[in-house]
Design a protein around this ligand. Structure first.
Ligand code: C5P
Length: 298
């Protein structure tokens, strides 16, 4: 099936937008080992795409640049887990479905591809099955699929605390012109957390970072991603990615999530696109994507 034919071929389609951690502070650790986080999160206008159709039996197909990488996971991916978990909650209404995933985002890359796919599956199947769950039941179910899935259900600018489940919208966050860059080396999130030396860092205090100036770039500039040092131990290229983005005009660079994707914020989309054109030539083996993030008031 041609990639552009998804909307025509499937009655229900969903976007699984890339999740960008503009800031990620690790503020503590729960007794069960999960870390307490304080995150400023936004979402890109690029991502994976999913299509849903009624079917005789449950089936799942993959396409897209990174589809083949995922095909080797033996059916354990989050799309199928989301389908099965929602079906358990829904019962008889949940007729068999064909799901297609166009996998455009790199795997294990810190921009929530798997979590966004799971959230999009929940949204898409609720539409296909003609049902919805109460918000609190949906939030609980999504959290069972992963700590980032509740915020991917929202897919708009937010602050997330706890392990990611305590979500507050940030309507004032503007759209950013951004370049995503990844050396195509997958990172294991548990391994990054295991290597984290300091687990009780200062909270993200955006109110005082902003200090009434509404200068988001300055506020994000003061904030951190505490997972960057341990991720660098696993993928040393992360330092080079930031330097490369800055050399191409990025106003600010950070790593997202547990890496290795880094983002650069640019002054305009034209500047971001120009940077990507140059970067492709410079590092043909890396992933680069220019994207505009969603604004809080979208
Ligand atoms: O919830 P998810 O499956 O995305 O998390 C993957 C792993 O990342 C967890 O098993 C845990 O080791 C680590 N993690 C954590 N604290 C969080 C989120 C994830 O320690 N808040």
């Amino acid at each position: 099936m041609p990639e552009e034919g998804l909307a025509e071929a499937f009655g229900v389609t969903e976007e699984a937008r890339a999740k960008i951690n503009l800031a990620l502070h690790v503020t503590g650790q729960r007794a069960d080992g999960y870390h307490l986080l304080d995150m400023l999160v936004t979402f890109a206008d690029c991502g994976d795409r999913l299509g849903f159709l009624p079917s005789q039996a449950d089936t799942f197909t993959l396409s897209g640049r990174f589809g083949e990488t995922l095909a080797g996971d033996g059916g354990t991916n989050l799309v199928l887990r989301a389908r099965d978990l929602l079906r358990e909650a829904v019962g008889a209404l949940a007729f068999p479905v064909h799901i297609h995933l166009q996998k455009n985002l790199p795997i294990a890359s810190g921009i929530g591809g798997g979590s966004a796919d799971a959230a999009a599956t929940l949204r898409g199947l609720m539409r296909l099955w003609g049902m919805s769950l109460p918000a609190s039941a949906l939030a609980n179910l999504s959290l069972r699929l992963g700590a980032d899935v509740p915020m991917c259900l929202e897919s708009r600018p937010l602050i997330a605390r706890g392990i990611g489940e305590k979500i507050e919208a940030v309507p004032g966050l503007p759209a950013f012109a951004m370049v995503l860059a990844n050396p195509l080396k997958g990172v294991s999130t548990p391994e990054v957390f295991r290597r984290l030396a300091a687990k009780n860092n200062p909270a993200l205090n955006l109110a005082s970072n902003l200090a009434g100036t509404a200068d988001w770039l300055a506020a994000i500039g003061i904030a951190r991603n505490d997972l960057e040092p341990p991720a660098r131990e696993l993928v040393p290229e992360i330092s080079a990615i930031s330097a490369t983005l800055q050399a191409r005009g990025a106003l600010l660079t950070r790593m997202s999530g547990s890496g290795a994707t880094c983002f650069g914020i640019f002054a305009t989309m034209a500047a971001a696109q120009e940077a990507v054109a140059g970067l492709h030539g410079e590092r043909p083996d890396w992933y680069f994507q220019a994207t505009e993030t969603v604004s809080g008031g979208r």
